[in-house]
Design a protein around this ligand. Sequence first.
Ligand code: SF4
Length: 66
Amino acid sequence: MRIDIDRDRCMGAGQCVRAAREIFGQSEEDGLVVLLNADPPSSLRDEVSLAVSMCPTGTITVRMDE
Ligand code: SF4
């Protein structure tokens, strides 16, 4: 699983952090998302899917491994 973020789209709502703390954080400087793990294990798939669905700005994209 490969995760990308487009920080230009992020509005700092923090939903992704609540959904998947192992993968997403929030910058103390600008409040925007910080990607903590761009290649998480498949065991975190549900958390990642929840974060994607909760993000109001489409900041997060996920590419599943073959
Ligand atoms: S949920 Fe989306 S908009 Fe909110 S902090 Fe996370 S990436 Fe940014």
